[in-house]
Design a protein. Structure first.
Ligand SMILES: Nc1ncnc2c1ncn2[C@@H]1O[C@H](COP(=O)(O)OP(=O)(O)OP(=O)(O)O)[C@@H](O)[C@H]1O
Ligand SMILES: [Mg+2]
Length: 251
């Protein structure tokens, strides 16, 4: 394991009826980009949803920078510095762009001691941060339900950047993006990685991850079956772990 342990999970378990979506999964995430790869149904999204507070695990312990934490909801996860990006989950459809960015962490101003939402400042800060993300959004006053997949990703990414999250969870973040948007998204992610963030990205794009990730975790049928450094393996090795024709765990 390179770098310091930022985020550690132990024994994370989740069943849906008779389906063991996650089977006593333990992992340590340090600074840099960890890719999570695995076949459809391997448990990747379940894992990300648990880490982001969307899904309650049956069992599991979580530690941030060595301290035990309880990730009870997405709002609590964000308060702990864990931001997540999904196409559909992370945003409130009926709120506009800046209200989504500041959801649960609204800025207030006081007039004669009475707290009021500081709409203007939230709108300005949202617009500034979105500019950094460089994906076009019509206006910060647009309802999120009227945004494209890529634009929604940009809003969630801008939120993570603005609040200086230390852990970023990404579940197939570029699945709905065109090639140009994907490139620009990946560049922003690599910038965050170079800035010392802990990024965990679920993806089906193995060649891209061999290029970008510091570490690749391979999941199969609810288990972590291998943890490798891209430079130590070939794409064929990764595929073999995914489908179960290889089972050796290296690190
Ligand atoms: N809410 C749910 N109710 C019942 N079963 C679920 C639920 N969510 C996930 N599962 C099951 O848990 C298993 C893991 O699903 P998960 O979505 O985590 O897979 P995944 O690795 O993200 O797959 P994909 O690559 O297709 O996104 C699957 O068998 C799935 O059917
Ligand atoms: Mg999934």
């Amino acid at each position: 394991m390179e770098g310091n342990a930022i985020f550690q999970v132990e024994n994370v378990t989740k069943s849906y009826g008779g389906i063991h979506a996650l089977n006593h999964v333990s992992a340590i995430f340090g600074e840099g980009l960890t890719a999570i790869i695995g076949d459809n149904g391997a448990g990747k999204s379940t894992f990300m949803k648990i880490l982001s507070g969307v899904t309650k695990p049956d069992d599991g312990k979580f530690f941030l920078k060595g301290q035990p934490v309880h990730i009870t909801s997405p709002v609590e996860a964000r308060r702990l510095g864990i931001e997540s990006l999904y196409q559909d989950l992370a945003l409130a459809d009926t709120l506009n762009v800046y209200a989504n960015m500041f959801l649960g962490r609204e800025l207030v101003r006081r007039i004669a001691g009475v707290p009021l939402l500081d709409e203007r400042r939230m709108a300005r800060l949202a617009a500034e941060t979105l500019e950094q993300v460089r994906i076009n959004i019509p206006s910060v006053h647009t309802m999120v339900r009227n945004l494209s997949g890529g634009q929604r990703q940009a809003v969630a990414l801008a939120r993570a950047i603005h609040f200086n999250a230390s852990v970023l969870l990404l579940d197939e973040p570029t699945a709905a993006l065109g090639p140009k948007e994907t490139d620009s998204f990946n560049r922003i992610i690599m910038g965050l990685v170079q800035g010392g963030k802990t990024v965990i990205m679920v993806t089906h794009n193995i060649p891209q991850m061999m290029d970008m990730a510091n570490r690749v975790i391979i999941m199969r049928a609810g288990n972590i079956v291998a943890e490798v450094r891209p430079q130590d393996v070939t794409q064929e090795d990764v595929m073999a772990f995914m489908v179960g024709s290889r089972t050796l765990i290296t690190d």
